[in-house]
Design a protein around this ligand. Structure first.
Ligand code: SER
Length: 334
């Protein structure tokens, strides 16, 4: 009998040609570096609507200006570089999407449709990042199941559910290899998020290092799923490398690494910085969004079907975030 070759091993023989849309964002900027490390600089083409920002480390491989709203342009880039895998990271986060709902739909729904159409034509696999925002007030908030009620009341959530459904449709109807995860709030120290409801969990670390105090926009007891960036990056790559015969779900898998409220992250930081102070000034819009989202998701389907297993918890992440941000602050980068 022939030995079984894992898909992960196969990736070393078969080099992908990857297109990453939205490379200057919070996740895109770090995912670019890891994809290039694993597959080679020339095999990862990164794009932004604002090419001036594709500098520094992002310029170590091919870059292109691309608007996700222009389907023909995506087609052109896919043809030019013989792309076989697309990571679509373009999105407006939840709070900013409420102030620009039309643009949020353009990017988060029509943009996804454009990507799927190109993927159908050129036989590309597609990664799509859905979110805790794909759930709404009528979803069970504790241990939110993989398959449950999805009636979000934000434009961000409406686009995420639409994109999940579209991605499933393209897989079933046309055989496009679509896969995705529902990300929780992502905490990182390279590129700041912009306009998300979970952004406070990033900002609090910068405030702890720079100001010694922080004003929390969400109230005590507001629990949300969260994750440190290295786990988020591994998830995006691992699901695209997963053995397709094991996937019962595709779009999209619940994944989480921790769930906390502002008091818990405050306490974790205070262990390292005893003088740090936190006050509350609740932002009603962000609070309403957070209240409509799960407290903690059940991610057992991801664990069972493709081995999801996060390594960072609140304590380890806090230590690392404070270390990295303090170093950047000392160097005058912040
Ligand atoms: N981080 C996102 C937001 O807050 C949720 O996926 O909008």
């Amino acid at each position: 009998m022939l030995p079984t070759i894992k898909t992960q091993t196969l990736s070393y023989f078969y080099m992908k040609n990857i297109l990453l849309i939205g490379a200057t964002g919070q996740i895109g900027s770090e995912l670019t570096l890891e994809l290039r490390k694993r597959y080679g600089n020339d095999h990862v083409v990164v794009t932004s609507r604002n090419p001036a920002k594709l500098d520094g480390a992002l310029a170590a491989g091919p870059t292109e200006k691309l608007e996700i709203c222009e389907g023909e342009r995506i087609n052109e880039v896919v043809k030019k570089y013989k792309i076989d895998t697309i990571y679509n990271l373009a999105a407006l986060l939840s709070a900013v999407a409420e102030s620009k709902p039309q643009l949020a739909w353009e990017i988060g729904a029509n943009g996804v449709f454009n990507v799927l159409e190109v993927a159908r034509e050129h036989n590309c696999a597609v990664f799509f990042p859905s979110s805790i925002g794909a759930f709404g007030p009528s979803t069970p908030h504790k241990n939110t199941p993989q398959d449950t009620i999805q009636r979000p009341n934000t434009m961000y959530g409406v686009t995420k559910v639409s994109a999940e459904l579209l991605s499933d449709y393209y897989y079933k109807r046309f055989g496009v290899d679509t896969r995705g995860v529902r990300y929780p709030g992502i905490i990182s120290n390279m590129t700041l998020p912009g306009g998300g409801t979970t952004d406070y969990a990033v900002e609090i670390y910068y405030a702890a290092v720079k100001e010694g105090k922080f004003v929390a926009p969400l109230g005590k007891g507001t629990f949300l799923d969260m994750m440190y960036m290295p786990d988020a990056i591994d998830a995006a790559i691992d699901i695209m490398e997963a053995d397709p015969s094991k996937l019962k779900h595709r779009n999209c898998f619940n994944i989480s690494a921790m769930s906390f409220d502002p008091e818990m992250i405050y306490a974790a930081i205070k262990k390292h910085k005893p003088d740090f102070r936190m006050m509350y000034e609740v932002d009603p819009m962000k609070q309403a969004i957070a209240d409509s989202w799960p407290d903690n998701m059940d991610d057992s389907a991801a664990r069972e079907e493709w081995g999801w297993n996060p390594v960072w918890n609140l304590e380890k992440m806090t230590e690392d975030m404070l270390k990295v941000i303090s170093e950047r602050h000392k160097k005058g980068e912040l």
